[in-house]
Design a protein around this ligand. Structure first.
Ligand code: GAL
Length: 367
């Protein structure tokens, strides 16, 4: 699914420009809704609340950027589906009947939402898939390089195990929600690093990404494999890592095995400092959310050159090919680079991470 079109090396300049859509003559540019000024409404549909990123970062950053780009005249209407795909469908249909100008959609269920994407298209409302690749006739996609997220997690897990790995080494794999296409990509990326190196003794797809479901899955894995036989746990995100740790501790583990994560949740950053979690994946929400706002505004305002420059990558979904896209890179977050990542980017203040309780560990980590 990851296919990045590099728009160079065509035989003539004219060919390379049109191949990249930079001449503004692609089908989707022609499909843009009538050009508007600054008085625009962006509909924002986010998938869940269990993970803090959506309410804490994605929504406010997008709202601020839309205000900035529209001389304070544009606005964002926001709905969060709380992991309920039918609720998200209702929220999207309301935005269509309210005639918002463009929809940024982060799907709970990328397949189930396809018919609503089609309805938006029929109503002349462009849809930009945000973070998760929704099926149906979307106009563009903005996300992180999700396969790379999995690769980074897989590589980190091997690194944490040191030289101590062979095919008798058993790990548990806790993947994300089966309705989230990102979860499949995280898993594929991780497997590309882990397969053949060790044994994945038990693997789960975790309903709704819920920490309590991950905890229940982990209890099952512990009962089956034996707690002392689990050398490490691949967790696709930080929320689930929290549930996994609870299950391990309830089984009497005092020295936790290496556990991966994703999202740089505040709890997880603190666990990395105390050594309870090995790593997370830091994704710059600022970069993703601001680019999404720029794409949405450019699309509505008919700024095709700007839109094309924001979407130079190409991806395929199960229903559509060559979707204009932007894939933002990610970094592994470990005890070594907390300052260079989440603190320098203003995601958390040092005082939020290093509370009095963590004073000693923070000092030891040079924070
Ligand atoms: C993914 C998203 C992650 C995380 C996860 C669990 O789709 O890319 O950042 O939020 O869902 O909610």
């Amino acid at each position: 699914m990851r296919r990045i079109a590099i728009c160079v090396a065509a035989s003539s300049m004219a060919l390379s420009l049109s191949a990249c859509g930079a001449l503004g003559v692609t089908g989707d540019s022609a499909d843009a809704s009538p050009t508007k000024g600054n008085d625009i409404t962006v509909g924002l549909l986010l998938p869940e609340k269990a993970n803090t990123r959506y309410d804490k970062f994605d929504h406010p950053i997008i709202a601020k950027k839309v205000t900035e780009l529209t001389d304070k005249q544009g606005k964002v209407v926001y709905a969060n589906a709380d992991a309920d795909a039918s609720e998200q469908s209702r929220q999207m249909q309301k935005m269509i009947s309210d005639q918002v100008d463009v929809i940024l959609l982060d799907a709970v269920d990328s397949n189930a939402i396809a018919s609503d994407v089609q309805k938006a298209k029929d109503a002349g409302i462009p849809v930009i898939a945000y973070d998760r690749l929704a099926e149906g006739p979307i106009d563009a996609y903005i996300s992180f390089d999700n396969e790379l997220v999995g690769e980074v997690q897989g590589r980190s897990l091997l690194e944490a195990l040191g030289g101590d790995v062979d095919t008798s080494t058993k790990i548990v794999m806790m993947n994300g929600s089966p309705t989230d296409p990102n979860a499949k990509q995280f898993k594929a990326g991780a497997l590309s690093e882990l397969n053949g190196q060790l044994t994945i003794a038990k693997s789960f797809d975790t309903k709704d990404w819920k920490p309590e479901n991950a905890q229940a899955n982990m209890v099952e894995a512990i009962n089956e494999i034996g707690v002392n036989n689990i050398a490490a746990v691949y967790s696709a995100n930080d929320g689930m890592a929290g549930g996994i740790i609870k299950a391990l501790e309830a089984a009497g583990v005092t020295e936790l095995p290496p556990i991966t994560g994703q999202d740089a949740e505040l709890d997880a950053v603190q666990r990395i400092i105390t050594g309870e979690q090995y790593m997370s994946v830091y994704k710059s929400y600022i970069e993703e959310a601001e680019a999404a706002a720029e794409m949405a505004v450019a699309k509505v305002q008919g700024k095709n050159l700007k839109f094309d420059s924001l979407t130079a990558d190409r991806v395929d979904s199960p229903t559509d090919k060559d979707i204009p896209a932007q894939l933002v890179p990610v970094v592994a977050l470990t005890a070594e680079n907390i300052r260079e990542t989440v603190i320098n980017d203003g995601i958390y203040k040092l005082s939020e991470i290093c509370t009095p309780k963590l004073k000693e560990e923070c000092n030891a980590a040079g924070l």
